[in-house]
Design a protein around this ligand. Structure first.
Ligand code: DX5
Ligand code: ZN
Length: 230
């Protein structure tokens, strides 16, 4: 089978933390391409998740399988913690455009620490806020729910936003990943992939889905394959 040009990034926020290692291993064996790690500070978003200790803890599993840790910072002034997440093993670090005053500087700092740099925007934030930073980033993440909680429903307008961002990336000849996060499952995988997404985050659909973790990942991949007829 030809390689699928879309990455599946299970969000460990929806995992059973009592058995985190086991569930991460299951996701890796089940075909996870990246591991998505959600950091929430109780200020930028209403919820608190965990700090660098969790990526640090799962790092050996990810490293052994050569799977990147895709860390999504939902925190105010993320520039204060870039080094901590670099030390914790983040391969990609994504910050919110709404959370930092000097996005360009923050992006450069992430890259200087040896990580891939990502930027993300809330559902109501315009794509114009990332237009100028496109040449500098490796990844742009479209939030398809209001960040803070797993298990929410996909906001339908996100598909149009993905399509417009795909167009902006093409116009600027950018190879950045176009990642989507929030309410993604096998049910809307075809829609977001057809709109131009190249990386899909899924928490509930993978860790709390109808089937096993591996089967839930396989289902999303199978749907994505149909979009490319492979
Ligand atoms: C939302 C987080 C997401 C979340 C996705 O604030 O950024 O990564 O874990 O969860 P689901 O897939 O359950 O919407
Ligand atoms: Zn996330």
């Amino acid at each position: 089978m030809p390689p699928l040009p879309v990455k599946i990034a299970p969000s460990i926020l929806a995992a059973d933390f009592m058995r985190l290692g086991e569930q991460v291993s299951e996701a890796i064996e089940g075909g996870a391409d990246w591991l998505h790690v959600d950091i929430m500070d109780g200020r930028f978003v209403p919820n608190i998740s965990f700090g660098p200790m969790i990526p640090q803890a799962i790092r050996p599993l990810a490293k052994a399988a050569n799977i990147p840790l895709d860390v999504h910072l939902m925190i105010e002034e993320p520039e204060r913690y870039l080094e901590d997440f670099a030390k914790a093993g983040a391969s990609r670090l994504t910050v919110h455009v709404e959370a930092t005053n000097h996005l360009h500087r923050t992006v450069q700092a992430i890259k200087e620490l040896g990580m891939k740099a990502g930027v993300t925007l809330n559902p109501a934030t315009s794509l114009t806020t990332v237009e100028e930073i496109i040449p500098d980033v490796d990844l742009i993440l479209i939030m398809s729910v209001n960040p803070g909680f797993g298990g929410q429903s996909y906001i339908p307008q996100s598909t149009h936003k993905i399509r417009r961002l795909r167009q902006m990336l093409t116009e600027q000849r950018s190879n950045a990943w176009l990642e989507v996060d929030g309410g993604i499952s096998a049910k809307n995988t075809a829609e977001v992939v057809a709109a131009g997404a190249t990386a899909l985050v899924a928490g509930s659909a993978i860790f709390r889905g109808e089937k096993s973790i591996a089967a839930n990942i396989a289902e999303m991949k199978n749907v994505a394959r149909t979009v490319f007829s492979i």
